[in-house]
Design a protein around this ligand. Structure first.
Ligand SMILES: NC(=O)c1ccc[n+]([C@@H]2O[C@H](COP(=O)([O-])OP(=O)(O)OC[C@H]3O[C@@H](n4cnc5c(N)ncnc54)[C@H](OP(=O)(O)O)[C@@H]3O)[C@@H](O)[C@H]2O)c1
Length: 289
């Protein structure tokens, strides 16, 4: 038996992330899967199935071990100040004989007016993928619904949601649907050289999301709108300043209505209508209650 016969067909990077965890779980239901994680305890907490290789994207030997014998890799990077991460994953994949890479990106890349650091970095990462020599698919995602989990502690402890621009809508998407699309792109033929725009079924704002979450937890929730300065201060407390500034630029575009468009790529890929925020929230009630 060759190394390839024994290895999982697909390797998942970013397997502890919002989409990657669901990709790993879905692949494990179909057969063996291997994940690269930098935090083994987080992988255990999430009960990630399959084989786990522990390592950072800067750790060449770990990347080599993770990718050995695989045919396809799910590429997720998260640091706009480290464009090398994508190059390192793709170089290691090519060296390991991996044939296909499916990359999680951001739908703002499609907007020519989006020129913030995060959009530029995702554009550059997509470009690296195009020239990687691997068969590629790009999944450009709109905001994942799971971002609202950052409200969970203030909902639980103070019955309040604090967010910027309560009325700015975005066609946010269930990360489980994005994961289902990723599994199709990773395991089926016919997606090579294609860029998909993945949105949820309707644009929705933070105030409406708060009302839905209030129904889910069964009590009223207040909505307190943050000023741009307050939002920037919160982001700057946990992110590099340049990334916090980029998030503010993205919020300005969202306020202008640029994130409302609902596409049909996701429904076509997964063969059913994408899930609503109400159904995502109901499934995650425990986190908010
Ligand atoms: N979040 C959004 O609102 C959003 C919206 C649309 C598109 N996107 C795009 O989606 C992609 C993922 O972004 P995200 O921030 O949302 O991801 P995420 O869900 O936070 O997942 C990132 C994953 O990558 C892992 N990771 C990050 N740096 C690593 C490193 N140096 N070595 C090994 N693993 C590493 C993380 O591990 P840990 O769990 O240990 O941190 C995590 O598993 C980006 O291209 C982003 O632009 C994001």
């Amino acid at each position: 038996m060759s190394a390839r016969d024994a290895a999982p067909r697909v390797v998942v990077t970013g397997a502890t992330g919002a989409v990657g965890r669901h990709v790993t779980r879905a692949l494990a239901r179909r057969g063996p899967v291997r994940s690269l994680v930098r935090d083994a305890s987080k992988a255990r907490r999430l009960e990630l199935p399959g084989e786990t290789v522990v390592g950072d994207y800067r750790d060449g030997p770990a990347l080599k071990r993770a990718l050995a014998g695989a045919e396809a890799v799910f590429v997720v990077t998260a640091n706009p100040l480290r464009p090398q991460d994508d190059a390192q994953i793709l170089d290691a994949a090519r060296a390991a004989g991996v044939r296909k890479a499916v990359k999680l990106s951001w739908l703002a890349v499609a907007d020519p007016s989006a020129n913030d650091l995060i959009a530029r970095w995702n554009r550059q990462s997509e470009q690296m993928l195009h020239t990687s020599g691997l068969a590629w698919t790009v999944l450009r995602m709109r905001t994942p619904m799971s971002n609202t989990l950052s409200w969970a502690s203030s909902i639980r402890e103070e019955s309040v949601v604090r967010a910027l621009d309560g009325n700015a809508r975005t066609a946010c998407v269930d990360p489980r649907d994005v994961a289902e699309a990723a599994v199709r792109a990773l395991t089926e033929a016919g997606h090579e050289g294609v860029t998909y725009a993945l949105t949820g079924p309707e644009p929705i704002g933070a105030r409406e999301q708060t009302e839905i979450l209030a129904r889910v937890v069964g009590r009223p929730l207040a909505f307190e709108e943050l000023t741009a300065e307050q939002a920037l201060a919160r982001w700057s407390a946990r992110l590099p300043g340049a990334v916090a500034e980029a998030l503010l630029e993205a919020a300005q575009r969202r306020r202008a209505g640029d994130s409302c468009e609902v596409g049909d790529d996701l429904g076509r890929l997964i063969g059913r209508p994408p899930g609503t925020f109400a159904s995502w929230a109901a499934d995650h009630a425990a986190a908010f209650s």
